[in-house]
Design a protein around this ligand. Structure first.
Ligand code: GSH
Length: 205
């Protein structure tokens, strides 16, 4: 399969899942400023919305949307390691978190805090909403290591990727010690380190 990504973008959640799952894939980097690939090809011809992540399967079909791709890749991991089987309560919990991260975190960060032309009042509203959601995460993580329990799942890959944007945006996580510890816990996972290196975000394991 081919996997289109941009370093540090939401696609990193899928990148982490692919590496955690041990799946074979070809990673193709996209420059989101110009919507081109390293070889100059126009990414918009591959992804009409111009969005990463995008996965192209061996049959040539193309698929998008972080939450959907994470479920697909999670299911490829042996023994339900990254997501429980469909139809179980555990699966429901992971999918709930995927939806929460997608709609309450990802789309509050982006586009509101990432574009210079957005008015300060809208930015402030986004920051306030994130503060509430971070407090909720902090409470949840006081009693468990990962979002849906004791095990890392694809929802954690997504949450980690998105909450990581706090750093460049200078959103201080000091008020959320459990969330901070969770971010550190995930950043130490060998496959997460591998992903960060693959995306050129850190230099050493
Ligand atoms: N609904 C999409 C959103 C994906 C998305 O927002 N991707 C961003 C990177 S985090 C992107 O590619 N932005 C490029 C652009 O807006 O042109 C999903 O969940 O996959």
């Amino acid at each position: 399969m081919k996997f289109y990504y941009a370093p540090g973008a939401c696609s990193m959640a899928v990148h982490i899942a692919l590496i955690e799952a041990g799946v074979d894939f070809e990673a193709i980097k996209v420059d989101l400023k110009t919507h081109t690939l390293t070889n100059g090809d126009d990414f918009q011809r591959i992804s009409p919305r111009g969005y990463v992540p995008l996965i192209e399967l061996d049959d040539g079909s193309r698929h998008t949307e972080v939450a959907a791709l994470l479920q697909y890749v999670g299911d490829l991991a042996p023994n339900g390691r990254l997501i429980a089987p469909a139809g179980t309560l555990e699966r429901l919990r992971v999918v709930e978190w995927l939806a929460f991260v997608g709609t309450e975190l990802h789309k509050t960060f982006s586009p509101w805090l990432f574009h210079d032309d957005i008015h300060e009042s809208a930015r402030q509203l986004a920051r306030e909403r994130l503060a509430k959601r971070f407090a909720e995460l902090d409470d949840t993580l006081a009693s468990r290591d990962y979002l849906s329990g004791g095990l890392f799942t694809v929802a954690d890959a997504y949450c980690y990727t998105v909450v990581n944007w706090s750093r460049p945006l200078k959103i201080d996580l000091a008020a959320y010690p459990q969330l901070k510890a969770y971010m550190t816990r995930i950043s130490k996972r060998p496959k997460v380190r591998e992903t960060l290196i693959a995306e050129g975000l850190v230099k050493t394991l």
